[in-house]
Design a binder for this molecule. Structure first.
Ligand code: CP
Ligand code: NVA
Length: 305
């Protein structure tokens, strides 16, 4: 951040107060939109969106969000760019910075995001890497607070694979001061550096093999696919994860009004059953909607609007 450019790379890179202001701004923008108010603070601005992996929510919510703010987007898939023919990320960053006002990237290794950020002279936004998914967690926290009030002091439980979404949730637990109980099978733990960072920064994090123990007393149960994009080579038998499935029985161990969250896309019948996905405690489509509002706040912050 020493360059003064406002990148949105990871929750750990920003202070709790900056992130809180962004979340509050997202809620205000959502209310104004619902009230029919339109402002175009990003009139004339262009966001380049690079996708090295598939996407429905991230792609559409950034595109629509940018348009609602008065700006425009250019959709780029890595394979169709010279990036796909071995032009470096660094050179791509320098070139795109001459054309556009901000870059959003969904990519594979986190190193690619870092290289882009270090070489871009415009803000870079992380739209998911193998390691983290901060935009998703901003939307999830916004969703929780809409339904249950401030996240501070609440308990979240994660059950399933220790993946990129969990890593950002770990960072959020420290930045927003909520407890996080994690239940994962042996060999699917979150990366130790994310656990260590959260604990070193005040996070209250527990790790167990028991999903019942993790969800006990929780205000929110979160899960995700057992096989993330690009991680197919690491896929493990579903029998390893089946005890971690979020079903009605597991939900019965949480608080009766515990919310259920999933970033989507969901694999119904695997990490979550239909009865939970479509049940009264599920807020999965609110999360999807709030990607739009949360990212508008991220875009406005990055571009000083
Ligand atoms: N949750 C999420 O990031 O969805 P997409 O992969 O559809 O963008
Ligand atoms: N963990 C998932 C999230 C998808 C939005 C993946 O990386 O595939």
């Amino acid at each position: 951040m020493s360059s003064g450019i406002r990148h949105f790379t990871d929750l750990s890179a920003l202070s709790g107060s900056v992130l809180r202001e962004m979340l509050d701004d997202a809620s205000v923008r959502k209310e104004r939109l619902k009230a029919g108010e339109r402002s175009r603070p990003l009139d004339g601005k262009v966001l380049a969106m690079i996708f090295d992996k598939p996407s429905t929510r991230t792609r559409v919510s950034f595109d629509v969000g940018m348009r609602q703010l008065g700006g425009e987007t250019i959709m780029l898939t890595g394979t169709e760019m010279q990036l796909g023919r071995s032009e470096t990320i660094a050179d791509t960053a320098k070139v795109l910075s001459r054309y556009v006002d901000a870059i959003m990237i969904r990519t594979t290794t986190h190193d690619r995001l870092v290289e882009l950020t270090e070489n871009a002279t415009v803000p870079v936004i992380n739209g998911l890497t193998d390691d983290t998914h901060p935009c998703q967690i901003m939307a999830d926290l916004m969703t929780f607070e809409e339904h249950r009030g401030p996240v501070k002091g609440k308990t979240f439980a994660w059950t399933g694979d220790g993946n990129n979404v969990l890593h950002s949730l770990l960072e959020a637990s420290a930045r927003f001061d909520f407890k996080l109980n994690i239940a994962v099978p042996e060999g699917s733990e979150p990366t130790q550096t994310y656990l260590d960072w959260a604990r070193a920064n005040g996070g209250n994090v527990s790790l167990t093999r028991s999903p019942e123990e993790a969800v006990s007393g929780a205000d929110c149960i979160v899960t995700d696919t057992w096989v993330s994009m690009g991680q197919e080579h690491r896929a493990r038998g579903h029998n390893v994860f089946l005890p971690y499935q979020v079903n009605a029985e597991l939900m019965s161990h949480a608080k009766p009004d515990a919310l259920f969250m999933h970033c989507l896309p969901a694999h119904r019948g695997e990490e979550v059953t239909d009865e939970v996905m479509d049940g009264p405690n599920s807020v999965v489509f609110d999360e999807a909607e709030n990607r739009l509002h949360a990212q508008k706040a991220v875009l406005a912050w990055c571009l000083g609007a």
